[in-house]
Design a protein around this ligand. Structure first.
Ligand code: OSB
Ligand code: MG
Length: 369
């Protein structure tokens, strides 16, 4: 296949609620959408999950635009590509910038699946017809508001509750949650808010029977996480620290984790995500698919990836309506009793709504060879 034209769009969408993590808050969510067209006018779509500010990792919307415009798009345009797995090879001389790489790689995967007439899930080798999802709840003003949200999402049927934590919003909050919801599958995500010195506080979480604690320590660390895991019972799950297959291999070898949260953007695309999935499967390390407050395009990619066999824990891909008044895809992503039915149409299986996308676009540029 050849990509003959790329359209890059900078989109701005308002979330229905402020989402607060240990590193910052989101209300206006900006992201890039990339449309890759082949010679027959068929389109594949990808989303950049980089944020406006370099809080979660070092990438931003602007750095992604720059890397895509000046390096990645020119190296893909008009090039003969037999399989999307080749993309990561083509990009191998460009260091990091994983979210930028993933944006165009995801569009090529979607285009490839559409050309073959199969779903993206099938193209990746996924077999599940349904996937289970949980929900990620940001830091709230007070515990009562958090308990109300948990009650609502448990009623909705979400398969597990993830609560964002930080020093001062952790042990007592978990105690209150457990008082009201003794049996709900529960986990915590610290987004790197602690240091190894905080081990006593993290050990105090052991009594709440958490499924896991996600990324307690520094965003680039795998050494201290190994030391921490030896001292706490709660399984450590890494998010920010795992950027590649090699990171995953080393972290498994060191004992830095028992679970991995795979995010397609963080690891540079679907091909690398699948490699990490396969490695974890071999080592009996369960994985799940994280979320980055994506629009429906990114969400569709997450759903397809989650159909692989070792995605055995519920992911963070909640329903479109949880985040947006109107999503950019038709139909929107819906969740029934914590389950998403995987679309079987070719490619990502949801139709980008060009009219809505047009309205939300701040900047747009077309590239052709
Ligand atoms: O660490 O998983 C994270 C949102 C923004 C940045 C980082 C994270 C998150 C979430 C929300 O937890 C996941 C979602 O609902 O898309
Ligand atoms: Mg996380």
């Amino acid at each position: 296949m050849k990509v003959k034209q790329v359209i890059l769009r900078h989109i701005k969408m308002r979330l229905k609620f402020v989402f607060t993590t240990s590193f910052g808050s989101f209300l206006d969510k900006e992201f890039l959408l990339l449309e890759a067209k082949d010679e027959n006018g068929l389109s594949g779509w990808g989303e950049s999950v980089a944020f406006h500010s370099p809080w979660y990792n070092e990438e931003t919307i602007k750095t992604n635009w720059h890397i895509l415009e000046d390096f990645l798009i020119p190296s893909v345009l008009n090039r003969e590509i037999e399989h999307p797995d080749e993309i990561s090879q083509i990009f191998s001389n460009i260091r990091k910038n994983n979210m930028a790489k993933s944006t165009i790689e995801g569009a090529v995967w979607d285009l490839y699946a559409k050309q073959k007439g199969v779903s993206l899930a099938n193209a990746l080798g996924g077999t599940k017809k349904e996937i289970e999802v949980g929900i990620s709840i940001g830091i709230q003003k007070n515990v009562d508001e958090l308990l109300h949200l948990i009650e609502k999402y448990v009623k909705d049927g979400y398969k597990r509750i993830k609560v964002k934590i930080k020093p001062g919003w952790d042990v007592e909050v978990m105690r209150e949650i457990r008082k009201h919801f003794p049996n709900v599958p529960l986990m915590a995500d610290a987004n790197s808010a602690y240091r190894l010195d905080d081990v006593d506080r993290l050990k105090a979480l052991d009594e709440f029977d958490l499924m896991m604690i996600e990324q307690p320590l520094a965003s680039d660390d795998i050494v201290d996480h190994a030391k921490l895991q030896k001292q706490i019972l709660t399984p450590v799950c890494l998010d920010e620290s795992i950027h590649s297959y090699e990171d995953a291999r080393k972290a498994i070898e060191l004992g830095s984790l028992k679970i991995i949260n795979i995010k397609i953007g963080r690891v540079g695309g679907l091909t690398e995500a699948k490699r990490i999935h396969d490695l974890c499967e071999k080592h009996n390390i369960p994985v799940w698919c994280g979320g980055m407050l994506e629009s429906g395009i990114g969400r569709a990619h997450n759903i397809a990836l989650t159909t692989l066999s070792n995605f055995v824990l519920p992911g963070d891909t909640a329903a479109s309506s949880r985040y947006w008044e109107k999503d950019v895809i038709t139909p929107e992503v819906t969740v029934h009793h914590g389950v998403i039915t995987v679309p079987d149409k070719p490619g990502i299986g949801y139709e980008p709504n060009l009219e809505v996308i047009q309205q939300l676009t701040i900047n747009e540029k077309s590239f052709s060879s």
